[in-house]
Design a protein around this ligand. Sequence first.
Ligand code: HEM
Ligand code: HEM
Length: 235
Amino acid sequence: MHIEREFRGEGPGGRQVLSYYVYEAPVRLWHWVNALAIVVLAVTGYFIGKPLPSMGGEASDHYVMGTIRFAHFAAAYVFVFGFIGRIYWAFVGNHHARQLFILPFWDKAWWGEVFFELRWYLFLEPKPKKYIGHNPLAQLSMFFAFTLGATFLIVTGLALYGEGAQAGHWTHTLFTSWVIPLFGQSQDVHTWHRLAMWAFVVFVMIHVYAAIREDIMSRQSLISTMVSGHRMFKD
Ligand code: HEM
Ligand code: HEM
C-alpha cells in the first residue's frame, strides 16, 4: 500500500502535523459536481411528482414544468456519466478510490470498528480513532445509501425516461423494457424512484452533519480533505 506522507510543520506544543494524500483530483471534482447534480435532481424531482399550480395563459409561453423536467434530465445526465466516471476511477485511482465500491465484508476487525464508530457518533466513546481514508461506519453507510441508492435511482430514472423517449431509444431498450414489468407498472416505478429520493435526502443530511461534526471533534481534517485531497492530523 503506497501512502504519500508529508511533514507539515509543528503544531501546538511542538507536535508534528502530518498530512496524507487521500482523495485524488477526479474524486474531489466528482464529489462536488455530483453533490450539485443531486440537489438539482431532488428539487426538480420533488416538483415533477407534486407539480406547481397551473399558471394563467398559454402553457407554452412560460413552460414551467417543461423547464423543471429539462433541468432534471440535464442533471441526470451529469449524475449518470459522473457515476460511470467514478466507477472507472475506482479501477485506475489509488486504493481509497475503491472504498466506495468494495467493503471488507468478511473482516471481523473492520466490523468491530464499525461499532466503535457508532458508539463514538453516539457520544459513548471518549476518544476518536484516526483514519486516512473513510472511517468504517462512513464507508458502510456510503456503500449502502450512496452506491446502491445511486444505482437504484439511475436504473429507475432511465426506465422512466425511456417511457417518454419511446421504443427504439437506448434507455427504452436497456431499462424500460424490463424495469417497468419488474415493478408492475409505470406508477410503481415513479413511487419507488421518489422514495429513493427521500432516502438520499436523509443520507445527505446525516452525511453533512457527520462531516462537520468529525471535522470539529476528531482532530483530523475532513471537509478541507475533500477540497485539497490531504488529510491532516492535528495530533
Ligand atoms: C439523485 C438522483 C435522482 C433523484 C433524487 C430523482 C428524483 C426524482 C423524483 C422525486 C421524481 C418524481 C417522481 C414522482 O413522484 O413521480 C423523479 C422523476 C423522474 N426522474 Fe428522477 N431522480 C434522480 C435521478 C434520475 C435519473 C438518473 C434519471 C434518468 C434520466 C431520472 C429520470 C426521471 C424521470 C424520467 C422522471 C419522470 C418525469 C415525468 O414523469 O415527467 N431521474 N425523479
Ligand atoms: C448531495 C450531497 C452530497 C452527496 C451525495 C455526497 C456524497 C459523498 C460520497 C459518495 C462520498 C465518498 C467519496 C468517495 O469515496 O469517492 C463523500 C465524501 C465526503 N463528503 Fe460528501 N456528499 C454530499 C455533500 C457534501 C457536503 C455538503 C459536504 C461538506 C460539508 C461533504 C463532505 C464530504 C467529506 C468531508 C467527505 C470525505 C469523508 C472522509 O474523508 O471520510 N459532502 N460524500
